[in-house]
Design a protein. Structure first.
Length: 514
């Protein structure tokens, strides 16, 4: 397609007709794809643990390797989309995402599952920056763009709701791998419809894609996050020091290199904008505070409170409902009351809700859990939608891919760090429980690896001993979950205070761009 044809097609979707909204409906399918995949894993964890029998460390890797890889590649993929075309990258990534989902579904060992999740991260890194960048280029009216971003975010939240419910229904009747196959029909629709309806857009002045910077970004982020994860789980060791030094060195070299390139992978000048930097930091710390909780909540509902997978999925719905409701109106209220009021209020609400979860125990009734999850969703809908709007509005539309990638990198890096650190808090407290004296050897080792391992190991014991061991394991798991919730609450409240300062004077755009 010629440059003139590209511009004509893009302008057609940007016009006052319905084309841009139809294009948006295609973009949100990609968001749905990623959101559903992220949430069904947590729900499938108990069944996956029973089948593949991963160690506690392997289980954490299964949970966070996807985020590690996607965080390491997002900036690179956002920059690639700016160069080759965001539509092209989105459609190729969607097809790959669907294909690799099949590999996840049929994994036969913990190692194969970790590899499959890593490959899914490579494919996933192409999707999110492309969707946000296309929204930035399709919607020139800032108020319409705010609504479009709200719909984008609400779809992600709806996917987070649909994932557990559909996944729970599948887990009631099929094996755990079936939860990954639900990606296939969404991917097929996305590719077929996207080819016809999405406009192509790219940065007309970009230079070559710097593969050395791609490698530095990937090695740097994975190295640093791996080191943090290992310190939290096993303490300092030579391999931790090595990973930290290599990761930090690669990131330092990456930043220095960007200043020397005529066409950098990431324009570091973006961070001079205080609103941009504040919004990115708020996203990272918010997801950090939430992710550990989300990863272990499904295990609490199923393995501690004894709920069926479908019931556990339905129990998590209030968070998604709250996020959808506030996500759709966040732009309107941010213009009325101010960006920092809405973002700070949303973050503080999440912090208070997480603080409430520090009092949960095995018999905690659903009203407390449901109310806390609803408040978390309401706060997240406000804060995430407005920060995404601030990030996109702070940069020229030609750099939308890079800006979107920074936003998504903060999100995924926060998720990886949250699962690694807060997950390690839960695991560390859990592994301290005392098994009955008669439980020794491999059975005791399996029980101390994870709560799923304890439930599985208990099947080889007599009923009385099994009940004592599972009860002790459940109490230790809840103790860890309470501590992780407290840490998350402290992080969110501190982030709210930081956002109040960093977003001072920040406003959403009103005038239509030309």
């Amino acid at each position: 397609m010629s440059r003139t044809e590209q511009l004509t097609q893009a302008k057609g979707a940007e016009g006052r007709g319905s084309g841009r909204w139809i294009a948006l409906s295609v973009l949100v399918l990609a968001v749905l794809l990623v959101a559903v995949d992220a949430t069904v894993l947590g729900l499938a964890t108990p069944a996956l643990s029973e089948d593949l029998k991963p160690s506690g460390t392997q289980l954490l890797w299964i949970g966070d390797i996807y985020s590690f890889v996607i965080a390491g590649l997002l900036v690179s993929m956002g920059s690639l989309g700016d160069r080759i075309g965001r539509k092209k990258l989105l459609l190729v990534g969607a097809a790959a995402f669907g294909a690799v989902s099949v590999l996840n579904a049929y994994a036969t060992s913990p190692e194969m599952m970790i590899l499959a999740r890593a490959l899914l991260g490579v494919a996933g890194a192409t999707l999110m920056p492309s969707t946000l960048a296309l929204i930035r280029n399709i919607f020139h009216d800032p108020k319409e763009r705010s609504l479009a971003i709200g719909i984008w975010g609400a779809t992600a939240s709806a996917g987070a709701a649909v994932g557990p419910v559909v996944g729970g229904a599948l887990l009631q009747h099929f094996w755990w791998g079936s939860v990954f196959l639900i990606n296939l029909p969404v991917m097929i629709v996305l590719v077929i419809v996207g080819v016809k309806l999405l406009p192509e857009s790219k940065n007309p002045v970009t230079g070559p894609w710097d593969l050395f910077s791609v490698g530095l970004s990937l090695v740097g982020i994975i190295g640093v996050v791996y080191a943090v994860k290992q310190v939290a789980t096993h303490g300092m060791g030579w391999e931790v020091w090595a990973a930290a030094v290599i990761g930090a060195g690669a990131l330092y070299t990456f930043v220095r290199r960007q200043f020397t390139l005529t066409a950098p992978l990431l324009d570091m000048r973006l961070f001079k904008h205080r609103g941009f930097s504040g919004a990115v930091l708020a996203d990272l710390l918010t997801v950090f505070g939430l992710s550990g909780l989300v990863f272990f909540l499904s295990q609490f509902l199923q393995l501690v409170q004894g709920r069926e997978p479908l019931e556990a999925g339905l129990a998590e719905l209030p968070a998604a409902v709250g996020a959808v409701v506030t996500g759709l109106v966040a732009g309107k209220y941010a213009r009325k009351y101010g960006v920092r009021v809405i973002v700070t209020g949303g973050l503080a609400a999440i912090g208070v809700a997480l603080a409430a979860l520090t009092v949960i125990h095995k018999e905690t009734g659903y009203p407390l859990l449901g109310a806390a999850l609803l408040i978390v969703g309401l706060g997240a809908g406000f804060s995430f939608t407005v920060t995404a709007d601030v990030i996109l509005s702070s940069v020229p539309k030609e750099q939308a891919g890079s800006a979107s990638a920074v936003s998504e990198t903060a999100y995924e890096l926060g998720a990886a760090l949250g699962i690694a650190l807060l997950g390690s808090v839960v695991t560390g407290v859990y592994q301290g429980f005392t098994a009955p004296a008669s439980v020794t050897g491999p059975v005791a080792d399996a029980a101390h690896e994870s709560l799923g391992g304890a439930v599985e190991a208990a099947r080889s014991l007599d009923p009385q001993t099994a009940g004592q061991m599972v009860g002790a394991a459940q109490e230790a798991f809840v103790d860890g979950l309470r501590l992780a919730s407290g840490v998350g609450a402290a992080v969110l409240l501190a982030t709210a205070a930081a956002a109040w300062y960093l977003l001072k004077g920040q406003e959403l755009q009103d005038g239509i761009e030309h």
